[in-house]
Design a binder for this molecule. Structure first.
Ligand SMILES: Cc1cc2nc3c(=O)[nH]c(=O)nc-3n(C[C@H](O)[C@H](O)[C@H](O)COP(=O)(O)OP(=O)(O)OC[C@H]3O[C@@H](n4cnc5c(N)ncnc54)[C@H](O)[C@@H]3O)c2cc1C
Length: 494
């Protein structure tokens, strides 16, 4: 089939009934559920772009194996140009939602592509696992599927390993093997957008201990698999708030869910790994998951640029961007954007070719983005809050603004500097408040901190890897140079 349209994606959602719980009730009509309607539209729009002549050649390509047009997320890059083609997809889709939707279909499609192109890793442990991940890659590529992922154990007691938790199946684990597949029980989090996806893939960050074998799992199943329960967090919008009042929150909220597996059967052909602590601990570093960090980086750059532009437009609208303190904050934001932009470029230009010919962006600059964005983005939000100040809280609702009796007051007291009407200023400040004040915006800060794991441990791992790869030779040069200089008789220098 190849690339889907938005309508095909929506028809897929209509064709199944996953067990979704939200606000104390079972959601039985996903596509007409107000909380999900707008996010579904946003995702459908991305699928439609694949068919739009303006974008088609930029974000899709003809698959060599099938002759079908498929998303660039399924490209296994063999050259710098392939990396750029994939980046074009990340960038084009991120710009459609200003980088505020992190888990658009490209994110996990790239992840699975990268796992499949590193099938040799799975082969080492079990040839079936290698075959399964490769077939799964082809299946989601050819059907253009949308995945969520759940890779973190529920946050019960982080001081204990999985096998030491209060109950055997607090963390998702293997119950038994059957002729049809494995039975799994327990929970995983935090599957973003899960209710409106087609499938879920499960794998884990490293950190398994001896005796954690039953938890060392990786597999993928349809989101409506019997026994799989999706527990949504409390929605941050009810799907009925106006786009005038909440121009971002009403469009781009990504629902998160805990997945509870009640003795779910995972067919053997969907098992990518099980009962192997060593393999599970190596999975992340040995299967090129860096490729999805590329998507994160491009999307993060779009989001940070958006925050920077909002801060600049706020300052301009109320005539404060001539003040030195405001200029230094805005300058800091521009420089943050430039640092991330430069790091992305370095990662792409200094790409690495793996032994099996796959081209991957350089890891150190991408991981540096991963380390810096969790500090830069919250700072950007703080700057928006600081520049917008009380103005962020004085904005009327759209209904007030439309009320003829209030209109004169609105026009007189809500306008900005000369040339900025009340209408323009109110809309701008509401946009800013969605990003920096609403629950929606606070989730986006939390997302930037945690979307790919704990930044504290990630930075620790980053430095350990850096140390392994780096000789620190400049120090030797300086020490040797000093010895040499000491031995050279005075007057022999040129
Ligand atoms: C908005 C959002 C969306 C997300 N979407 C997804 C998704 O789609 N799929 C998915 O799988 N995950 C997703 N995540 C989850 C994300 O992977 C986790 O939040 C992240 O891995 C951190 O784990 P945790 O939240 O359990 O924090 P914890 O690991 O419980 O950490 C809590 C605190 O304790 C500290 N800490 C814990 N353990 C240690 C330790 N061993 N050593 C030192 N310090 C420690 C941490 O530094 C942190 O400050 C999402 C998270 C957020 C916030």
């Amino acid at each position: 089939m190849g690339i889907r349209t938005g309508a095909q994606y929506i028809n897929g959602l209509k064709s199944r009934q996953p067990e979704v719980w939200m606000s104390g009730r079972k959601v039985t009509d996903l596509v007409n559920e107000p909380v999900f309607q707008q996010p579904i539209r946003e995702i459908a729009r991305l699928y439609d772009m694949q068919h739009d002549p303006e974008y088609s050649d930029k974000i899709t390509h003809i698959c060599e194996e099938t002759g079908e047009r498929v998303s660039n997320a399924f490209l296994i890059p063999k050259s710098f140009e392939d990396l750029q083609a994939r980046r074009a997809l990340f960038e084009t889709w991120a710009k459609e939602n200003f980088g505020l939707m992190g888990r658009t279909p490209d994110f996990l499609n790239v992840t699975v592509s990268s796992m499949a192109s590193n099938a040799a890793f799975f082969e080492k442990y079990n040839p079936d696992w290698a075959k399964n991940i490769q077939n799964y890659y082809k299946y989601i590529r050819d059907n253009d599927l949308f995945l969520t992922h759940a890779i973190v154990n529920p946050q019960n007691d982080r001081s204990k390993a999985s096998h030491e938790q209060k109950e055997t199946f607090t963390h998702l684990g293997l119950v038994k093997e059957t002729p049809e597949g494995i039975i799994v029980r327990g929970a995983k989090m935090l599957a973003t957008l899960a209710p409106i996806t087609d499938e879920v893939i499960v794998y884990s960050f490293p950190g398994f201990k001896p005796r954690d074998e039953r938890y060392a799992l990786s597999f993928a199943i349809p989101i409506d698999t019997p026994g799989l329960r999706l527990l949504c967090r409390e929605p941050m919008q009810d799907g009925t708030r106006s786009l005038f009042d909440h121009p971002l929150a009403s469009r781009f909220e990504e629902m998160d869910a805990i997945l509870v597996f009640h003795d779910v059967l995972v067919p053997w052909d969907r098992v990518f790994m099980h009962s192997n602590v060593e393999a599970a601990n190596q999975l992340y570093s040995q299967t090129g998951l860096m490729q999805s960090t590329h998507q994160n980086g491009v999307r993060g750059l779009t989001k940070l640029s958006f925050a920077m532009e909002i801060a600049a437009r706020l300052a301009d609208a109320i005539g404060v961007d001539g003040y030195l303190n405001v200029q230094t904050q805005l300058g800091e934001l521009v420089q943050s954007v430039e640092v991330i932009r430069a790091l992305l470029r370095v990662s792409e230009y200094e790409y690495v070719t793996t032994p099996h010919g796959e081209v991957i962006p350089a890891g150190i600059p991408l991981e540096t983005i991963r380390g810096m964005l969790p500090k830069m983005y919250p700072r950007a939000i703080e700057i928006i809050q600081t520049i917008g100040a009380g103005g962020l809280l004085m904005m009327p609702s759209g209904d007030d603004f439309e009320n003829e009796e209030l209109r004169d007051d609105m026009d007189r007291y809500y306008g900005g500097r000369s040339g900025v009407s009340a209408y323009d200023r109110i809309r701008l400040f509401k946009l800013a408040w969605d990003l920096c004040g609403e629950g929606f915006g606070q989730r986006l800060v939390q997302y930037e901190r945690y979307y790919s794991g704990d930044p504290v441990r990630k930075l620790g791992m980053f430095y350990s890897n850096f140390k392994r790869q780096h000789s620190f030779k400049l120090v030797d040069d300086a020490l040797n140079g000093a010895l040499k200089a000491q031995k050279e008789p005075v007057g022999t220098q040129d």
